[in-house]
Design a protein around this ligand. Sequence first.
Ligand code: ADP
Ligand code: ARG
Length: 372
Amino acid sequence: MAKACHQCEKKCGKHAGGVSPDVLKKLEEGFAKLQGSDAKSLLKKYLTRSIFDRLKNKRTTFGSTLLDCIQSGVENLDSGIGIYAPDAEAYDVFAELFDPVIEDYHIGFTKTSKHPQSDWGNVNSLVNVDPTGDFVVSTRVRCGRSLQGYPFNPCLTEDQYKEMEKSVSSALTGLKGQFEGKFYPLTGMNKQDQQQLIDDHFLFKEGDRFLQAANACRFWPTGRGIFHNSSKTFLVWCNEEDHLRIISMQMGGDLGEVYRRLVEGVSEIEKSLKFSRSDRLGYLTFCPTNLGTTIRASVHIKVPKLAKNYAGLEEVAGKYNLQVRGTHGEHSAAEDGVYDISNKRRMGLTEYEAVKEMQDGILEIIKVESSM
Ligand code: ADP
Ligand code: ARG
């Protein structure tokens, strides 16, 4: 018998207190598929039968189930992580799965850990990691934000997408000075311009199968867009994976300048938009890899000697808690020997410490490359 629904406050059948037989069937099939696979994802690693059994009948107030959390990793067995939080409450309701994944990815942020207060530190103390320009092609630092009062992608309505795009674009077009720029909605953008922005590393790609399987691309391209200043050194993505991705980037290795611009830009945006933050998890985002500071500081770098042995490059990077990606970001290959190397963990440390971790590791990697 269906219980009263949190969403409709009646026995609606759709959002009923329990989980429908159809969803339970899909969950069992998904679990069996994962178990029978050689997936290397954190989902496969931590979703044991007993955790599965304890979580399979739960739902959040938004009606999200365990299926909403795991379906991307079940469909994409090559996922590294494999789970997303359909709404912020999922981090609590399905904590038995999220907590160990978070601890593994963010290197020791345990279920009793608390993310520190936001702290951008001394913005004048970061350096140019490659003053001679021999190794670093470009530098980028981004963070993610969710707008207060809205759930994540799988729970958003088409009207909410439109509403969010409106408030984000109007907040951004009010920016002045070095941040002054324009908002370009994806709806109506010509395909050639869109592809050029993607090729130049400014815009998110289209058709990410991990996001699609997580139900994160509904109503695409409605509500999606990009803002940038005239020099394309300050950019904001709207409603791709997260409500906002705020980005500072430029050619060369001047991490100090890139970081200062990001910090100032974020604080300008915060004057007109309110973001969701949890006491324990820091800034709330759709993917558990992006909680906490949400900071990913990266360089595009050429280290041909080290890269001769890719596993070796990953090992050196891993020593400094860094992650190696391809030239076009996550799930892409390296082109012309250009690798994207960034800080891996984003929780349990401050914004400043996350970026400093990248700086220190890159300086070491350049040292190793130079000595080979
Ligand atoms: P995110 O950084 O938001 O997690 P991706 O890994 O997909 O997502 O990267 C997004 C885009 O940013 C890609 O086009 C990628 O090539 C680009 N990018 C990342 N780091 C740099 C960098 N240091 N210089 C130039 N482009 C970069
Ligand atoms: N779900 C994808 C995976 O597990 C991406 C995870 C991290 N990246 C992200 N953009 N959230 O491989």
